[in-house]
Ligand binder design. Structure first.
Ligand SMILES: Nc1ncnc2c1ncn2[C@@H]1O[C@H](COP(=O)(O)OP(=O)(O)OP(=O)(O)O)[C@@H](O)[C@H]1O
Ligand code: SF4
Ligand SMILES: [Mg+2]
Length: 328
């Protein structure tokens, strides 16, 4: 690990132990994030993106657990630290904007109470100062009548408004790593742009690393350095954003890019690859993408490809790109 690496995920396995058997939702995922770097995790629904981020946050609930691998934050394996240490790290050094904001705000306290509490904890501000910063932050994420919202309870707000409050809260504690799971899907396009701009500024000003989970390849093209493409619990392609758009290698990545409308009309979800991600309980033998891949050969149905370096900083999991095979 180099000293500028903030997070290193090594061969992460997160499994759910259900009545119907073991579900390997994240199955040997490896990547790292450098200081100040923004990476994106993309992939269709069910590919394991949220479970990967919850694993990093130490928030995978029963019946799931991290069953293998390491998650090194500033060099320390955080899968092995105590619950207390993890709580300290969370919302302090690592903050997360959840895909589902309803569950992550406390219904008993006002919005202002929760944000200023978090600010006071992290910025050593007085009560008055914290209130001022909180209201400023609420305005920054596009909340109208911020003073009024400050005194409201979360359940009185719309879903979009709650999401903005969550974002304000995550940003206000100046984390070293911000994990944002589909942070703007529920918001309208103008607010989306504002929030992403805010995240980008945060990253620039404070050297914050960002792990962004998104379906929106337009956002990826605009604001990330590296991209990880996940399929059925595994990384299938991993490279810098420029290479991903210019020279995608994995048939799945190509499918995702082909199904994305052109830049100016980029707000739709990925949808034109036929079929769906196999549920973790019924993963096919061989390559996990074989049921949907237009290039599949016999070998793809019997042997499993490994994630392989095809050029410096470009890894692909596909038999077409193993040494000696014909590349597409
Ligand atoms: N509590 C759970 N119990 C059993 N299986 C689960 C649980 N949580 C997630 N999974 C399974 O793990 C797989 C990955 O889920 P995950 O939520 O990470 O997908 P995702 O990539 O975030 O999808 P989306 O884009 O829809 O948010 C899914 O197939 C899901 O069914
Ligand atoms: S290994 Fe085979 S099935 Fe899998 S993506 Fe490559 S060509 Fe397609
Ligand atoms: Mg998700």
């Amino acid at each position: 690990m180099t000293t500028d690496t903030i997070l290193e995920v090594k061969d992460l396995k997160t499994y759910f132990y259900t009545e119907n058997g073991v579900i390997p939702s994240v199955d040997g995922v490896t990547f790292d994030i450098k200081k100040g770097e923004t990476i994106a995790i993309v992939g269709e629904s069910g590919s394991g993106k949220s479970v990967t981020s919850l694993s990093i946050m130490g928030l995978v609930g029963s019946p799931g657990k991290v069953a293998g691998g390491e998650i090194l934050f500033e060099g320390k394996d955080i899968t092995k630290i105590s619950k207390r240490e993890m709580r300290k790290l969370r919302g302090n050094e690592i903050a997360m904007i959840f895909q589902e904001p309803l569950t992550s705000l406390n219904p008993l306290f006002t919005v202002g109470n929760q944000i200023s509490e978090s600010i006071r904890l992290h910025q050593k501000a007085s009560k008055e100062e914290a209130k001022k910063i909180a209201i400023e932050m609420l305005k920054k994420v596009g909340i109208p009548r911020a003073e009024k919202i400050y005194s409201s309870h979360p359940h009185l707000l719309s879903g979009g408004m709650r999401q903005r409050v969550m974002i304000a809260m995550a940003l206000s504690c100046n984390p070293k790593l911000l994990i944002a799971d589909e942070p703007t899907t529920a918001l309208d396009v103008t607010i989306q742009a504002q929030i992403l701009e805010l995240m980008r500024n945060l990253s620039r000003e404070n050297d914050t690393s960002i792990m962004l989970i998104t379906h929106d390849l337009g956002v990826v093209a605009e604001m990330v350095d590296k991209v990880i493409v996940m399929y059925a619990g595994q990384v299938v392609e991993h490279t810098d954003v420029y290479t991903l758009f210019k020279d995608p290698k994995h048939p799945y990545t190509k499918g995702l890019l082909d199904s994305t409308p052109k830049i100016h009309e980029l707000k739709e979800e990925l949808q034109s690859i036929e079929g769906t991600v196999p549920p973790p309980g019924s993963i096919p033998v061989g390559c996990r993408f074989n049921t949907r891949c237009p290039y599949a050969t016999e070998k793809c149905f019997s042997e499993t490809p490994e994630l392989t370096e095809v050029s410096p900083n470009h890894q692909v999991r596909c038999w077409l790109h193993e040494e000696g095979e014909v590349a597409i």
